[in-house]
Design a protein around this ligand. Structure first.
Ligand code: GDP
Ligand code: ZN
Length: 294
């Protein structure tokens, strides 16, 4: 167990509101430390991060924010972000997935989408979603912890790397991780008890070593990821299939919302951009407009 050298904290607090000092060391960081005489340690330096995933600090009831929403770093030095979803129970929600993908893209991370509980799919929905995301260029793996389908593929994707796992409660994160790494023995079917009260400075993710050179970062307290620091005019860059159209729009300030001569809107009409993705885009655009981000 390590504590943090006091000087460190002070230097950081000068730069940021001290409420948020926890962000300067986060899960996944490489640190230097020294031993104390009692065998405990003290962190003396933090290596520069290769990358990090963050979100807008969630609103906490009763807390005053003076208008701004700050960045909360969730983890650093991540090779894969595994976004877990399920076909049913809970019902697949592409808007939640797309919102997460925006965070992943804006942080330049590698996404792996998992669509779990395909044993519950009697109508071929999962294959349709699979095709849709594959056509965009994403890796998407269909799994079932009941039949074992897809488990080996997922395992192969994450071996010898550091993977962050995120999914809404109930999608089967614990079941999947237990199947891939039995030593983890997460409890199945337990809604994680997480209270937002008083925990807004705590990053509730945990890194676990599961095999040689293989690490997972579990995110039990992270219910939602609100993309941080994204401007309205930049959002389109994080919908990767919009890329080949955005420079062709009539106005270079186009937000692809209603503007005349918008090539993104034309591409949606022609079926070159999938409607559901465009709808996700509009929704997120809306939430950016409502926030004071900067
Ligand atoms: P978590 O909240 O994401 O960690 O989800 P759990 O692993 O605790 O699973 C929630 C519920 O979904 C449990 O009742 C599991 O048995 C069930 N479940 C998990 N994976 C599957 C699956 O592939 N198919 C079906 N039908 N049920 C699953
Ligand atoms: Zn446009």
């Amino acid at each position: 167990m390590c504590s943090i050298r006091g000087k460190f904290k002070k230097d950081f607090e000068l730069k940021k509101d001290k409420l948020y000092y926890t962000d300067f060391i986060t899960v996944g960081d490489s640190v230097g430390f020294e031993y104390n005489q009692d065998g405990s340690g003290v962190i003396t330096k933090v290596k520069e991060r290769k990358n990090h995933l963050s979100r807008k600090l969630p609103k906490v009831r009763g807390a005053s924010y003076r208008g701004e929403r700050l960045e909360q770093v969730i983890a650093a030095n991540i090779d894969n972000v595994v976004i877990l979803t399920s076909v049913h129970q809970p019902e697949f929600n592409n808007r939640v997935l797309d919102r997460f993908l925006v965070s992943v893209e804006s942080s330049h991370l590698n996404a792996i989408i998992v669509l779990n509980k395909i044993d519950l799919d009697n109508s071929g929905t999962s294959e349709q979603w699979q095709k849709l995301y594959e056509d965009i260029g994403y890796k998407i793996i269909l799994t079932s912890t009941k039949t074992g389908e897809g488990i080996e593929s997922l395992r192969n994707e994450i071996l010898k790397s550091k993977s962050l796992f995120w999914g809404q409660s109930g999608v089967g994160k614990s079941s999947l991780l237990n199947l891939i790494f039995p030593q983890l023995s997460f409890k199945i079917g337990e809604i994680s008890k997480f209270s937002s009260k008083g925990t807004h400075t705590t990053v509730t993710s945990v890194l676990k070593k599961v095999e040689d050179n293989t690490f997972i970062i579990d995110t039990p307290g992270i219910r939602e990821i609100d993309p941080y620091g994204i401007r309205k005019e930049d959002l389109c860059h994080y919908f990767i299939e919009f890329g080949k159209f955005i420079n062709e729009c009539k106005f270079n300030t186009c937000t692809h919302h209603h503007e005349p001569g918008c090539e993104v809107i034309k591409a949606v009409e022609k079926g070159l951009i999938i409607k559901q993705r465009y709808e996700s885009y509009l929704r997120i655009l809306d939430t950016i407009e409502d926030d004071i981000n900067f």
